[in-house]
Design a protein around this ligand. Sequence first.
Ligand SMILES: CC(C)(COP(=O)(O)OP(=O)(O)OC[C@H]1O[C@@H](n2cnc3c(N)ncnc32)[C@H](O)[C@@H]1OP(=O)(O)O)[C@@H](O)C(=O)NCCC(=O)NCCS
Length: 146
Amino acid sequence: MNSSPRPALPADLDAVCAVAQSSAFSARWSRAQYGEEIACGRGLFAVVGAEPIRGYLVLRRVSPEAQLVDLAVRPQDQGRGLGRALLDCAAAAARSWGCSRVTLEVSAANAAALRLYLRTGFQVVGRRPKFYNDGADAILMDLLLP
Ligand SMILES: CC(C)(COP(=O)(O)OP(=O)(O)OC[C@H]1O[C@@H](n2cnc3c(N)ncnc32)[C@H](O)[C@@H]1OP(=O)(O)O)[C@@H](O)C(=O)NCCC(=O)NCCS
């Protein structure tokens, strides 16, 4: 499997939507929203695992920060380092834009993502109680970029 992330193309849209629909904690935007995000070029939309695509990440440039707004890996491909590869790619992109940090929010109920973020250097910087519809808190995390 090719585990090197690359920028998403409009032709990847169906595959991205399929990954999003298969992942419990993805943003699950509409097809039009993912298409707009790929087309707008205001940040990084990366995919990993060609034919088929196995994961994707959406990073927005909001200088002086970068915001991680969506990340998902197909359930059958999780645990193979693809999430970490996508996050490494995001950190490199944010650094290249001159950003001082990457920010994100994650459900306190999402143990796999929380562990991935902690393992890749993110730190907990805040909490929004009962932020999600299921009553889970939102955990705010930052990755400081040297
Ligand atoms: C979170 C997610 C992207 C991780 O992707 P992944 O490709 O499985 O992650 P990796 O294989 O790169 O794992 C990296 C680290 O994450 C942690 N991790 C990944 N899956 C885990 C799981 N099921 N349980 C506990 N820790 C897990 C581990 O610490 C792992 O590092 P280690 O093996 O060295 O300990 C994936 O589980 C996913 O798509 N989940 C659904 C969508 C989602 O939650 N998105 C994030 C929204 S904020």
